[in-house]
Write a protein that binds this ligand. Structure first.
Ligand SMILES: Nc1ncnc2c1ncn2[C@@H]1O[C@H](COP(=O)(O)OP(=O)(O)O)[C@@H](O)[C@H]1O
Ligand SMILES: [Mg+2]
Length: 319
């Protein structure tokens, strides 16, 4: 079994754990977790991504599906079953580790149902218990939550300090958010430190300001009061999203590759048939960068307000 943390030590270890949550699928949870984690790691922060999805889309976005490190969720399942600390796969990118998701997580739901019956909602603390012993190795930890899976999302909400919620401005996205608001209130009964870090509008057309206003008012309703929201929105860019999953590359990696590819006329002259990477990758990468800066300053502002409990965290290396 994991060593029992001193009172308060578990919470301090978990104070940079951010759950990326929305009950609706397709609103950008996985893209945000992967790209923010990837860019933070690229900037020198030690970063961990935890994938709670049975479909493990993070494996596609980071390009490790089917590779040796891809245990399809077996390690995460075993840790929750035995209480042994998580053992993240190291360096999917420099400074970026992952706890893989996948089909093995299907066995987690019945285990949690039985624990809930015996121990009540406190059973949801299991993920935090196995994460806390390794959490100190990282400056930021993102949990990529699944859609429509109460139990796995509740595990994340009971372990995280922060919720980052992507949403689209359509009705479906807003409905998912209302459900999260209800869960969020329940999770705070066992995890009183849980806070909403902010809401991000994802894949929203730049001309959709009016709809965005409505969306944000609905978010305030759902969380009861004015919710923190990030100014940055991630632009709608289908080709970049397709390039990303096809190649297993993050937006800022595509940005570098797009800049290095031969000019289109050279390809036309040489008769090359390789698929070109969309130049929009640079703009999307810029959106994630701007969001990353906002996320870090929101974390730092909250931590400064709570000093001296917090320790200072800075990137360990310069890229
Ligand atoms: N900037 C973008 N514009 C349009 N579509 C995007 C963008 N980024 C990602 N996508 C696509 O949107 C879909 C949902 O994104 P994803 O991050 O998987 O959402 P979730 O994890 O909430 O289900 C995916 O097919 C993804 O490729
Ligand atoms: Mg996802």
């Amino acid at each position: 079994m994991a060593k029992r943390a001193k009172p308060g030590a578990r919470e301090t270890a978990l104070d940079r754990v951010v759950a990326v949550v929305n009950d609706k699928g397709g609103v950008g949870k996985t893209s945000l977790a992967a790209n923010l984690g990837g860019q933070f790691a690229g900037a020198g922060y030690r970063c961990l991504l935890i994938d709670l999805n049975r479909q493990a889309n993070l494996a596609d976005d980071l390009g490790y599906r089917g590779q040796d490190i891809d245990d399809e969720g077996a390690g995460l399942l075993a840790s929750i079953l035995t209480g042994a600390p998580l053992r993240p796969a190291q360096d999917v990118r420099p400074q970026l580790d992952v706890v893989c998701g996948g089909s093995r997580l299907e066995d987690l739901t019945p285990v949690m149902v039985s624990r809930l019956q015996h121990h009540g909602r406190g059973a949801f603390r299991a993920l935090g218990d196995v994460l806390a012993p390794v959490a100190g190795d990282y400056e930021v930890i993102f949990i990529d939550c699944p859609p429509e899976s109460t139990i796995l999302t509740d595990l994340a909400l009971a372990s995280a300090r922060w919720v980052l919620m992507p949403t689209k401005s359509d009705l479906g996205g807003l409905l998912g958010m209302t459900l999260v608001a209800e869960r969020f209130a329940l999770a705070r009964e066992i995890n009183p430190g849980l806070r909403l870090l902010g809401v991000v509008l994802f894949a929203t057309g730049t001309g959709a300001r009016a709809i965005q206003g409505e969306a944000l008012a609905a978010i305030d309703d759902a969380f009861g009061g004015t919710s923190p929201r990030f100014e940055t929105t991630i632009r709608h860019a289908e080709r970049t999203a397709q390039d990303a999953r096809r190649l297993g590359k993050l937006a800022h990696e595509l940005e570098v590759e797009a800049a290095a590819q031969p000019a289109w006329w050279e390809e036309l002259r040489s008769g090359s048939r390789t698929k070109r990477i969309s130049a929009t990758a640079a703009s999307v990468a810029g959106d994630y960068r701007a969001l990353g800066v906002e996320v870090l300053s929101a974390l730092q502002a909250a931590e400064n307000a709570e000093k001296p409990r917090r320790r200072a965290r800075r990137p360990r290396t310069t890229p």
